[in-house]
Every structure is written in C-alpha cells, then in structure tokens.
Design a protein around this ligand. Sequence first.
Ligand code: FMN
Length: 428
Amino acid sequence: MTGCRFPRAVHLVSLSDMNTLSGKHILLGVTGGIAAYKSAELIRQLRAEGATVRVVMTAGAQQFITPLTLQALSGNPVHTDLLDRSAEAAMGHIALARWADAVLVAPATADFMARLEQGRADDLLCAVTLACEAPVALAPAMNRAMWDNPATQKNVQALQARGMHRFGPALGEQACGEVGPGRMLEPDELVTALASLFETGILSGYRVLVTAGPTREAIDPVRYISNHSSGRMGFAVARAASEAGAEVLLVSGPVSLETPPHVLRINVVSAQDMQDAVLARIGGCDIFIAVAAVADYRPEAVAAQKLKKDAQQVTLTLTRNPDILATVTALANAPFSVGFAAETEQLEMHAQAKRVAKSLDMIAANRVGDGVGFDAEENALQVFWDGGSQLLAQTGKMKLARQLVALVAQRFHGKHKKVIRFNAKDSA
Ligand SMILES: Cc1cc2nc3c(=O)[nH]c(=O)nc-3n(C[C@H](O)[C@H](O)[C@H](O)COP(=O)(O)O)c2cc1C
C-alpha cells in the first residue's frame, strides 16, 4: 500500500474573515479633552479589530483618564514622558514613531493641534507625531466655538495641507451643553476611518496571485526536506496587495499564520502541489508575486513505509523540482511577474542573473542566514528591474511589503501604459 498517510496537497480554499486592522501597529495619542474617556472604548475596539495598540498621553489627558486604565485596556505600558531615561532606552520617541503603522490622536484638542501646527516637539506626543513617517489622523473634539475659531480652523487646514488626516468632528450635543460641530466621532466610526487609511486602491480591479512559505518534499510518510521560511513575508505581501485594492489569491506552503483579510488562500505541501495550484489559477491574474521558498529538489523516490534506522548511512537521491516562476513567465499570457531571491552572498549578481534567466519583470532580493530574512520579524529588500533598482531599507515585514507592493504597482502600471500606447500607435 502506498502512502495514504503521506502529507498530501490539501487544497483547502478559505476566504479569510479576519479583522480590518489585523497586524497593524496603532499608536493612539490621547490629549486633554473631555472626550478622553471614549479612548478606553476606542482601544477596546481597535484591539477587537486585530490592532496592537500603544498609547501616548499628554499631561492634560491624564487629568481626564488614568494611564492605568489605558494600560490595562491596551495591554501595553502607556507612554507619558519625553525626557524619561528609562522610556527612551525601551520605546523612546523615535522608536515609537518607527513602530507605528499609523498614529491616531483621539481626542485631539485645539491646543495640541496648535502645537503640532507650529512643529513643536516639547512633549512626547508632539515629538512622536513630528518624527513619524506613517499616516497621522486627528480626531478633533472640542466646544463648537473653539472649533469654529479662525485660529483652530487655520491650524487644522495647515495640518491637513501637510498630509494629515482629519476624522470629524461630528455635529451634535456637546459635554458643555451646547449643540454644534465639535463632538468627537464615535469609536466605531474612528476604527472604520482608520482602517480605510490602509486601503490605497492602487491595485483596484486587478488580480494578484502570491505564493508564500516553504514547501515540504516527502522522504517517507513521516519525514520531509524543507527550509526555514516562515511565510511571513509572503503573507505580508498578500495583505499589502489586498489593502491596495487587489483581488488576492494566496497559495501557501505549510505555515502557521492567519490568512490576511479578504484574501483567498489555498494550502499546499510540496513544490509540485504549489505548481499545480498556481497553474490552475494563474489565467486571469494580472500580477504574480512568487515569495514562496520552493524546494529546488525533492527525493527521487518516496519510501512507502517509514525508513528504519538500521543502516549507518543513508543516501538520498534528489531530483529537480519544477521551476514555478519560469513556468509562469513562459506562458503565452504571462502576468507581470515578480520573483524573490534569498541569497547568502553576492546578492545583486545572483538576483540579476535570476531575473534575466526567468524573464521576470522585477526581482526582490534579500540576504538570508545568520538570523536575517527567514523566520525574522524584519527584512530589507533590494528590488531590481530592467534598467533600475531600489533599496527598501530594513523594517518590519508588513511595512516592507506595503513599500514593495507600491513599487510593483508603479512598475506594473508603467508597463501597462506602454503596451496600450504601443497598441494604439500600431493600429493607427
Ligand atoms: C474640563 C475641561 C474640559 C476640556 N475639554 C476640552 C476639549 O474637549 N477640547 C479641547 O480642545 N480642550 C479642552 N480643554 C482644554 C484643554 O484641556 C487644554 O487646552 C489643555 O492645555 C490641552 O492640553 P493637551 O492638548 O496637551 O492635552 C478642557 C479643559 C477642561 C478644564
């Protein structure tokens, strides 16, 4: 009897219902307004949507709600002081700014926005916001006359002109008893607005197929050859493509990761399974991003029964696995194809050779080994294409994936335009 117990291709197809902020690092700034009490519920809802939340409170905010409450709800220490030696050693203002995928200041007082407009950095929240390159959103909350005051309006407009997002305020009854504009948006409205910041739409209307993770090549019913790929980079790319508006199909080797929101996932085991799954679905895809660390070789013969340890030495004969990327780029209607090259040495030379040999539109090369790349939280990529390259500096894999997808979208749209122009001229 042959291997009915072999790890087989499991073509499970699942559409994730994961939450809209899964995996996002949200830095919540709380300032000294009466609506600060709503921050507690806001933190709860942000976490319920999958975000990791760190809180920075101004001195004013601490008069309205205690750091202990927000610490308990966020599950992380609350940051309050700029000039605090112990805080600077752990999560200082620059580290917090880099950590954040987005900053949300809710409530944002008139005073805070005035300080921000001036570019001040004499309290922790102002300093972090000034140092942050991630999106910043302000949820103003104040008395309607304070909101309507030309000084506040001028500050808010200036901050928006610098690229900051404004959520609200809403019209309604206020804590001071007046009715008018100035109420902070409700926590659920803020969570929805925040989630929309991650949806760029640059790949709206396009289909993207991503491969991720390692493959496993069976030796016998219980043993296999594999590699250290965790799948995190591929999953991050799938999530970033989905955030960019694409319809994303993720073909994944065996990993223990949750499927990103709105991504259709197909689980496979071996390189052959992965190739079969990719080829069955690549038609109609606009972009193929091959992040999986596919085994180059597999055992030529798979033992039907578990190998016994009688022999002093065992020799495994390996045979070449299919080259999924090269197979896809050789298709008549090949999609825009992006490969990954994990190299331990001579990164550029090997990556460029692979790009040319496999007719790739782009290749993202990363150094692996010594704790870098595989199975690590952070990564750096050098991306090459015909006639250009760009370094994406070391950062968290999610941030890196968003940068990579933005670059892929840019090159993809560029190529697309050229083809359209060529066709138009051709038929003229
Ligand atoms: C009871 C009370 C309620 C306040 N509510 C608000 C408010 O809703 N919005 C606002 O902009 N300022 C409000 N303020 C004024 C701010 O607390 C004050 O401008 C403070 O300097 C803000 O500091 P911060 O922005 O550093 O937290 C309030 C003050 C008090 C005493």
